[in-house]
Design a protein around this ligand. Structure first.
Ligand code: PEP
Ligand code: MN
Length: 318
């Protein structure tokens, strides 16, 4: 069970005192608000006492939310929000080039991982804090917002310092300690669908974040593993519509990780927008052939410009 308290709420200490008195283990996660995760089981007496203390506070169950605090950019049905940038932050020069280019396109969100979940331990692991600082300094100076991935709870404060949207990668959608902790922050969370997660599991993961008090969730369909080897993953177009209908959260698509090949990115992006995605996230690189991660799927700037022009025939880009 997960309970959420605003920092100033005096009920929090009473709640914790009751848990301590009952010798019940719990975990307290403090960022912008406090999230209490109860470990073990509680008897009816204690449960009733806790419910009484918690009365009137946040209780959510999986289902369609009446509203969502996700950034309004992603909730405008008449436009399409675009996030673009390299798979990984690699250097100041690389990010400078991407930011200057994005400024010419009107795209207002840059992506770039500083903590990279790489399949091989011998692969480039990202630039860490140095990378976050590079992307934040450069993008923010140009008025562009930063989307970057958190891999571990210990990195949350660092992400809060540098990123405007915190990404949870496909491999971490099932990391319940990480997503529980993200309930305690006031920052939008871009929650990628696990590569082997059902829509229901994905929405329940989002529920962990909102249970903690953070309604600012953006869901991202990035393809699932199937038996089809011609693409890296199979983009589940129907899931875009289903997740939107069932959750009320904005849903964007990441055709780059679904495709795994730059040739397929544009058609999958178009299909996502046509299916009602609120946005798309696209990997681009000044020199894809030299990219330190995911080079096969990155678009060159000219290819990305062509894609933007095609997307704009469906809905205005923002
Ligand atoms: C990414 O966006 O760079 C990434 C690692 O994607 P995913 O988590 O979808 O594999
Ligand atoms: Mn990538």
């Amino acid at each position: 069970m997960i309970y959420s308290f605003e920092k100033s709420d005096p009920a929090k200490s009473r709640f914790i005192e009751r848990l301590t008195a009952g010798d019940i283990d719990f975990e307290l996660i403090d960022h912008d608000r406090s999230v209490v995760r109860i470990l073990g089981s509680i008897d009816d007496n204690c449960g009733a006492a806790l419910e009484k203390i918690y009365e009137g506070r946040r209780k959510l169950t999986v289902g369609r939310l009446e509203y969502s605090d996700s950034p309004s950019d992603f909730r405008d049905p008449d436009s399409l929000t675009v996030i673009a940038g390299p798979c990984s932050v690699e250097s100041e020069q690389q990010i400078d080039a991407v930011v200057s280019f994005l400024k010419t396109t009107g795209v207002r969100y840059i992506r770039g991982g500083a903590f990279k979940p790489r399949t091989s331990a011998s692969s480039f692991q990202g630039m860490g804090k140095t990378g976050l600082k590079i992307i934040s300094d450069c993008a923010h100076a140009a008025g562009i917002k930063v989307v970057s991935e958190v891999m571990d709870r210990s990195q949350i404060d660092m992400l809060l310092e540098y990123a405007d949207v915190i990404q949870v990668g496909s491999r971490n959608m099932f990391n319940y300690t990480l997503i529980t902790a993200l309930g305690s922050v006031d920052r939008p969370v871009l929650l990628k669908r696990g590569m082997a997660a059902t829509v229901d599991e994905w929405l329940q993961a989002a529920d962990y974040i909102s249970r903690g008090g953070n309604d600012s969730v953006i869901l991202c369909e990035r393809g699932i593993r199937t038996f089809e080897p011609s693409t890296r993953n199979t983009l589940d177009i129907a899931a875009i519509h289903i997740a939107k209908e069932r959750s009320g959260y904005p849903v964007i698509a990441d055709p780059s990780h679904a495709a795994g090949n730059s040739d397929f990115v544009a058609p999958l992006a178009m299909a996502s927008a046509a299916a009602g995605a609120d946005g798309v996230m696209i990997e681009i690189h000044p020199h894809p052939e030299n990219a330190l991660s995911d080079r096969n799927q990155a678009l060159r700037f000219d290819q990305f410009e062509q894609l933007l022009a095609r997307l704009a025939t469906l809905r205005p880009i923002r």
